[in-house]
Design a protein around this ligand. Structure first.
Ligand code: SAH
Ligand code: SF4
Length: 371
């Protein structure tokens, strides 16, 4: 059997890992043991699993593997931000990025779900790249594994290296549903990474039917990329709005909140583009639009890239926009830039990496929403 035919245990959800062990005639509890070895102790080989019998280890060696995606580059910024370019299966052009942003006692990892994206939002460099392929669950959870391991051997009793995960790297997570759900389940599972559901956030541009599906499968926190307060403008910026307009998207958000076991809010992401969606009237319209939704608003100053056709708003304009909403009682945060010296970003770096010569802008902003 060649390696490529071996089952990669890294990406199996807890349920699938149990099913796998049962399918090879082994007891369920083996799945728990192996899951802890992989995700809590960072085991890369079956040899390390000392509480598993030698016989079973040899059997596993023959039919499965623990394989993380390959790291192309790792950069650590002077402010502690870490960034990886990761090669997924399928060669050189199949790279994605992950970024870890430390902030006091928390550290937020921004994870990618697809190479490229098919949804073609007008202001997004990932969208401009087109869609290349979906990541496997192993490639998604592998980003968490790689980030934690970059601090040295994994230690379940040591300090938490990743406290929050946001699915805000490359790709639209709801267009890669099963692998994303499997990976997020591992992020939150007690025998894997044990992150709080409040600290695992999926960001979507509004694939409405999948929001209804999502709440049946998981209870992660939800962020929605709105970017415009009316359908006319949103159709232009986020083309999937033509299929699922704002009213349907907000109804899906409300359904999501109503079906969670606890009280939560939706994070509304709003990328602010100078002269496009940053006027007073937009803020007022937005305030009205969201009046019945339990939400927090995160303003993201547009992050320029060559030939984007959009400009970054001035700080003053962003603050004015923020104030109108805050005066109406909303909690409004403005995303700040981090990791400038290593070009840390979500969604934009791989383009730079693949085509350095075309590059004119050097700074990129990090996405950070989770509490
Ligand atoms: N596809 C998902 C998640 C990835 S993008 C989504 O769209 O929600 C994460 C966030 O970054 C989204 O809110 C997206 O609209 C925003 N974004 C994309 N390109 C940007 C840019 N150039 N400047 C600022 N924000 C951007
Ligand atoms: Fe895809 Fe999100 Fe970029 Fe839109 S903003 S093109 S959904 S990655």
């Amino acid at each position: 059997m060649t390696d490529t035919q071996k089952t990669n245990l890294l990406g199996l959800s807890p349920e699938k890992l149990v099913a796998f062990f049962e399918s090879i005639g082994e007891k369920k509890f083996r799945a728990t043991q192996v899951m802890k070895w992989i995700h809590q102790k960072g085991a890369e080989s079956f040899d390390e699993m000392t509480d598993v019998s030698k016989k079973l280890r040899a059997k596993l060696e023959g039919i499965c593997e623990i394989r993380a995606p390959e790291i192309v580059t790792q950069n650590i910024s002077t402010d502690g931000t870490r960034k990886w370019i990761i090669r997924t299966e399928g060669g050189n052009n199949n790279c994605v990025e992950a970024v870890l942003i430390p902030d006091g006692d928390r550290a937020t990892l921004c994870v990618s779900s697809q190479v490229g994206c098919s949804l073609d939002c007008s202001f997004c460099s990932t969208g401009k790249q087109g869609f290349n392929r979906n990541l496997t669950a192993a490639e998604i959870i592998g980003q968490v594994w790689i980030a934690i391991k970059s601090f040295g051997p994994m230690d379940p009793n040591g300090p938490r290296r990743v406290t929050n995960v946001v699915m805000m790297g490359m790709g639209e997570p709801l267009m890669n549903f099963e692998p994303v759900v499997d990976a997020m389940t591992l992020m939150m599972h007690d025998n894997a990474y044990g992150l709080s559901k409040r600290r695992v956030t999926l960001s979507t541009s509004g694939v409405v039917p999948r929001i209804y599906d999502l709440v049946k499968r998981t209870d992660v926190s939800l962020a929605v990329s709105l970017h415009a307060p009316n359908n006319e403008l949103r159709n232009e910026l986020v083309p999937i709005n033509k299929k699922y307009p704002i009213e349907e998207l907000l109804a899906a958000c409300q359904h999501y909140l109503d079906n969670l076991p606890d009280k939560r809010h939706i994070t509304i992401e709003y990328t602010v583009m100078a002269g496009v969606n940053d006027q007073e009237e937009h803020a007022r319209q937005l305030s009205k639009l969201l009046e019945n939704l339990e939400c927090k608003i995160n303003l993201i100053p547009f992050n320029p890239f060559p030939h984007s056709g959009y400009d970054k708003p001035s700080n003053n304009q962003t603050r004015r926009f923020q104030k109108i909403l805050a005066d109406d009682g909303y909690t409004v945060t403005v995303r700040t830039t981090r990791g400038d010296d290593i070009d840390a970003a979500c969604g934009q770096l791989v383009g730079d990496f693949m085509d350095k010569t075309r590059r004119s802008q050097k700074y990129i902003e990090l996405r950070q929403v989770a509490e």
